[in-house]
Design a binder for this molecule. Structure first.
Ligand code: NAP
Length: 492
């Protein structure tokens, strides 16, 4: 494991100077007196100070979104499509800037931020294509007495809340389908990583999004800003990506106005390796599924359930790969592991590893915070993790790979499903029939069968059980922002 030194930062300062720091409401950038500092997790340095919205600003943003909702809904689908396509093109031109900005505020290595620009940008292109394909049905009632028309309409003003771990993709995955469907939006990014959303809002302005269609609230008091919005009957939809406990609270708050809700919540992904797996592919998949985003992904493999006959070999191979990682600031050439988002995340990773080891797991590498500035935790592998260890129940959200051996297929299925979460599972087997059984038996909304990365704008992303409701992306994604109307007319 090598530890890199830091790099000069002129380019970074030039980029930060271009990022707006105000709230974006009704097409205007508004500064507030109170501000929030945004930090670089690799150094602890302040990157920018941005506006801090109050409850009154939230209502102003909703006023702006409501004022233009009808006009935006009536805008030709082709026009909405062209604007999203223009946004996609601008994103490609500025991909280096968006990648650097994400690395600065969130910490992931630049190569991964570049990957997120590709992934996040694709939602703009995909939904620019879907905007012109919103269709309905027309038919005769079975009795022949009437004609039945089924049409799709924008849900109305939407409130979008995003987490810090994928600052761009979580925003585009919501904004693009909402705009394609004809909805206006207010977006509230995480207070830890708001800069990417602010810079993206500026891009949307340039792409031709009319004033008021997209509004941005940054705030240090999420609940104070959210409550008046969810209380206001003019808001029609909440789309949230974040932790399950916050999602549960927001579902309760959404009950008052019976809001449409989409919930992309936490995960506890099983990664099952059968004895007949191609071990090279399984190890590659494991490294990608575990260490992408420094382990801070809802799709991160949390529990490696590996057949006992190959568990030692699997553990040895992943440990060899992990000890070759390079830890450092995400802007540095060759770095593969950046910092965790904050001190709390480092503490949590440490506590989960300590608990597992105290209960009988074996530590193969890593296992402690890195002694340097910033919030780094060593990439870690533990094996023989015992049932009852907290790491098998909780979302790790850090670079810790935990192996649990199993002996037969039924046991693997039971272990994999033994969680209240159900976002994604990964299965490695060369037996086609077994793979198909796993599709039926594993209780998750998504599965990687012999692959470690599944996210794609063309696919319906989402979970079952406490991992959420609704789907983002794919053909399904736009329907989260449309409501179905059925009209009966006489037969003649
Ligand atoms: P979080 O603490 O739930 O925060 C998510 C967002 O909710 C942030 O914008 C946060 O704002 C806001 N928030 C927090 N409390 C709120 C409240 N009472 N009212 C309104 N908004 C509130 O989650 P996180 O730590 O940012 O993100 C990590 C979690 O997201 C993990 O559980 C991960 O699995 C999940 N995630 C899920 C998906 C998916 O698609 N299923 C994708 C990515 C991440 P502040 O930042 O201001 O607190």
């Amino acid at each position: 494991m090598t530890i890199q030194t830091d790099l000069p930062r002129t380019k970074q300062a030039e980029l930060l100077a271009k990022v707006p720091t105000g709230l974006f409401i009704g097409g205007e950038w508004r500064q507030t007196e109170k501000t929030i500092d945004v930090f670089d997790p690799s150094t602890g340095a302040v990157l920018a100070s941005i506006s801090d919205a109050s409850a009154a600003d939230a209502t102003a943003a909703l006023d702006a979104a409501v004022a233009v909702q009808d006009d935006w809904a009536a805008t030709a689908p082709r026009t909405r499509s062209n604007i999203l396509r223009k946004a996609f093109d601008l994103m490609q031109e500025r991909r280096d800037e968006f990648a650097l900005l994400m690395t600065l505020e969130m910490g992931k290595p630049l190569a991964e931020s570049n990957g997120e620009v590709t992934y996040g940008g694709e939602f703009l292109r995909w939904f620019s294509e879907e905007a012109v394909r919103i269709t309905g049905r027309y038919g005769t009632s079975p009795e022949g007495t009437g004609r039945m028309i089924v049409s799709q309409h924008p849900v109305g003003p939407c409130y979008l809340i995003t987490p810090w771990n994928f600052p761009l993709a979580m925003a585009t995955r919501k904004i693009a389908p909402a705009l394609a469907a004809g909805c206006t939006v207010i977006i509230k990014p995480a207070s830890l990583t708001p800069l990417t959303t602010l810079y993206f809002a500026k891009l949307l302005e340039e792409a031709g999004v009319p004033a008021g269609v997209v509004n941005v609230l940054t705030t240090s008091s999420s609940s104070a800003v959210t409550e008046p919005l969810l209380d206001d009957p003019r808001l029609r939809k909440l789309s949230f990506t974040g932790s399950t406990p916050v999602g549960q609270k927001l579902i309760q708050q959404s009950a008052k106005n019976v809001l449409r809700t989409s919930m992309e919540l936490g995960g506890n992904a099983p990664f099952v390796v059968f004895e007949d797996a191609n071990l090279d592919a399984a190890v590659d998949g494991a490294i990608a599924a575990k260490f992408r985003n420094i382990g801070q992904a809802c799709t991160a493999a949390n529990r490696f359930i590996v057949h006992a006959s190959i568990a030692d070999e699997f553990a040895r191979r992943v440990t060899d790969r992990v000890t070759a990682f390079s830890i450092g600031r995400g802007t540095e050439e060759g770095v593969t592991i950046g910092p965790l988002i904050d001190d709390r995340a480092v503490k949590k990773a440490g506590e989960l590893v300590d608990d597992a080891v105290a209960k009988g797991a074996t530590l193969l590498t890593g296992g402690k915070a890195v002694d340097r500035e910033g919030t780094f935790y060593e990439p870690t592998v533990i094996t023989d993790v015992r049932q009852g260890s907290n790491i098998l129940r909780e979302e790790i959200f850090g670079p810790v790979l935990a192996i649990v051996p199993f002996t037969d297929e039924a046991d693997a299925i039971r272990l994999a499903n033994d969680t209240e979460y159900g976002l994604v599972s990964y299965v490695f087997t060369q037996d086609l029939a077994r793979g198909q059984r796993m599709i039926d038996k594993l209780q998750t909304g998504m599965m990687g069968l012999n692959v470690g990365v599944i996210s794609n704008a063309a696919a319906p992303f989402g979970g079952v059980k406490q991992s959420g409701v609704g789907r983002e992306g794919g053909l399904e994604g736009i329907h989260e922002y449309l409501s179905t109307k059925y009209t009966m007319t006489p037969a003649t």
